[in-house]
Write a protein that binds this ligand. Structure first.
Ligand code: F6R
Length: 608
């Protein structure tokens, strides 16, 4: 969601900015722009639409001179996608240029105040108030001016700022929206996400809320919200640059689907020692775990679906009650939390605004928090009391795949760990679970090897208008994810229903030819699913079932069947999601959709 880039150094800045913005395209955007300082003025080039359009009109940036610049890809929140609403925004006197990620919640009051003082506005955005606040509260120093302007801002913001009075510098400030500074040799970078600069430098500074950075080509200085200097440590990024490239696949999504065995391996392997699940890295003390009364899992989208599986698994193995809540609901629900509760935040990016707010609410109530996060050093990872990283590597496609399965794997590990530490009745099964976890990456590989069968099935159904998913228990949690994956990239209407609930209403939508994808991976519920499949087939539905390989009865009552290799009840859902991801991918690709960057969506939802 919105991308920020900045460059200062000996090279022509515009091509560097455009290259960085290109690498941020996956975050989702609808317009792009750059601003460069050159010959005593700030030159702005911006355009609605794809970044390629901006590249075309600037000859890849070559027509825009200057060695100091900022750039932006905008995902519209206030004001339609248009040239004039694109960033950067200039102050009225054209001495300040600003790029902004986030939302300024009090922009209407600020705009009215600025208009009353004679300012004019050229866009409908909330962001334009910031450049004009800089002009209004100019203190003669860029850092002090930014600090003075920020006092008036309410909401979330990551800002990159240029000033004509300090033409050899870029200033940056963050609150509730990520911002990273890359340290180069005689040059420095500003970005909203690490993949945008990883090919230039691996030494980065992660800005914290309220911190200001001032970059020149040779140094970076940091200040607190009042402009007082502070120190900051360099963070070294050690993942491989190829992880952020397509590596021969047509889309990042397919590459990431195929990377799941490795993501599972990295997430699981170091945490199984001598046949036992070892999460001592969390630092959760045994006595506290034994006294743990309730767990609240809070997340958004696919991470919420992973959380639902977490509930199924934790309740089954550790017998602790678990609630699962959508972060945007949790944060405003006045949640009832107690000292013997644990709040688990699940997030790939670690920057989702609602999940951050939910984490802060839990902390405000003094409750212990655990983050299951993929991005190292992200806000949620930094602010939670305990962190369990998923080692899925960078995920670029907007629709999550490998990060989701790694989240589920982390929750399986956690459920097993607390069962073990509490000595629950399930504990004797843990050796079997640990063994199965070690086999999971290899079995996942086998499931993915069968992708051409899923491609064939997608070719039968890619032009359907409505597709339903049904399942019970764990399979219902999985159905939710299969359905979300399909709708977000294929734009086909889809719903997931608990299979037993269908006849309480939704079954009226089933007509001859309607595709129903039925998940029946759990032994104890398969007979019930058998009946549910027959119910929808009796109404003319075409059924594609996913169940244990060799389940002849389920295959016999279905029109199409995908078999999942045997592993264990706890882990088959992780495997069963893979055909669903592949199905969504092929259906979207057959429809000619932009699979990696689906319309209206952003990778990291950093606004409320
Ligand atoms: C769907 C998807 C989203 C995210 C959600 C949470 O494919 O990617 O639903 O799961 O926006 O994002 P994170 O995990 O970054 O908090």
């Amino acid at each position: 969601m919105c991308g920020i880039a900045g460059y200062i150094g000996p090279r022509q800045a515009a091509p560097v900015l455009l290259e960085a913005l290109k690498k941020l395209e996956y975050r989702g955007y609808d317009s792009a722009g750059i601003a460069l300082i050159e010959d005593g003025h700030i030159q702005v080039r911006k355009a609605r639409g794809r970044l390629q359009h901006l590249m075309d009109i600037t000859s890849g940036g070559m027509e825009t001179p200057g060695h100091v610049g900022i750039g932006h890809t905008r995902w519209a929140t206030h004001g339609e996608p248009s040239d004039r609403n694109s960033h950067p925004h200039l102050s009225n006197d054209e001495r300040f240029a600003v790029v902004h990620n986030g939302i300024i919640e009090n922009f209407r009051q600020l705009k009215e105040m600025l208009i009353s003082r004679g300012y004019h506005f050229h866009s409908d955005t909330d962001s334009e108030v910031i450049s004009n606040l800089m002009q209004e509260y100019d203190q003669g120093s860029l850092v002090e001016t930014l600090a003075a302007a920020a006092v008036h801002l309410e909401g979330s913001y990551a800002l990159g700022v240029l000033s004509l009075d300090e033409p050899g510098a870029i200033a940056a400030l963050r609150k509730d929206s990520p911002l990273i500074i890359g340290r180069g040799e005689g040059e420095n970078y500003l970005v909203s996400d690490i993949p945008a600069i990883i090919s230039h430098t691996r030494d980065v500074y992660l800005l914290e809320d309220g911190e200001i950075a001032l970059m020149t080509d040779s140094e970076v200085s940091f200040f607190d919200a009042y402009g007082a200097p502070i120190g900051k440590k360099v963070f070294h990024v050690d993942w491989d640059v190829s992880a952020a490239e397509k590596g021969g696949f047509e889309h990042f999504m397919m590459k990431e689907i195929m990377e799941q065995p490795q993501a599972l391996q990295e997430t699981i392997r170091p945490r199984i020692k001598d046949g036992r699940i070892d999460l001592s890295e969390l630092g959760l003390e045994g006595g506290w775990l034994k006294a743990l009364h309730t767990i609240h899992i809070v997340a958004c989208g696919s991470a919420y679906h992973a959380g639902r599986l977490g509930k199924n698994l934790i309740e089954m193995s550790a017998r602790i009650p678990v609630t699962v809540e959508i972060a945007s609901e949790f944060r405003y629900s006045d949640p009832i939390l107690q000292p013997d509760h644990l709040v688990i935040l699940v997030s790939q990016s670690g920057e989702t605004a609602d999940s951050i707010a939910a984490l802060r609410e839990a902390k405000r109530q003094g409750v212990k928090t655990l983050a299951i996060v993929n991005v190292l050093g992200s806000t949620i990872a930094r602010e939670a009391d305990h962190v369990l990283y998923t080692w899925a590597g960078p995920e670029i496609a907007v629709a999550t795949t490998k990060a989701y399965t790694a989240q589920v794997a982390a929750l399986v590990l956690f459920s097993g760990y607390i069962a073990q530490e509490r000595g629950s009745a399930y504990a004797p099964r843990l050796n079997i679970l640990a063994e199965a976890l070690l086999k999971l990456p290899e079995v996942a590989r086998q499931v993915l090897d069968d992708h051409s069968r899923v491609q064939y099935l997608a070719s039968l159904f890619f032009n359907h208008r409505d597709i339903y998913f049904i399942g019970r228990g764990i399979d219902y949690s999985l159905s939710l994810e299969g359905s979300l994956k399909l709708k977000e990239i294929s734009y086909i209407h889809s719903e997931a229903q608990p299979a037993g609930e269908l006849k309480h209403g939704t079954i009226s939508l089933i007509q001859p030819g309607t595709l129903v994808i039925a998940l029946a991976t759990q032994k104890k519920l398969r007979d019930k699913m058998l009946s549910n499949i027959q119910e929808v087939r009796a109404r003319g539905a075409v059924v594609l079932s996913i169940a244990a390989r060799g389940d002849k009865e389920i295959a016999a009552v279905s029109d199409h069947f995908i078999g999942i290799p045997p592993l264990s009840d706890e882990l088959e859902p992780i495997l069963a999601v893979m055909p669903l991801q592949l199905f969504a991918y092929y259906v979207a690709a057959l429809n000619g959709n932009d699979v990696d960057k689906p319309r209206n969506l952003a990778k990291s939802v950093t606004v409320e």
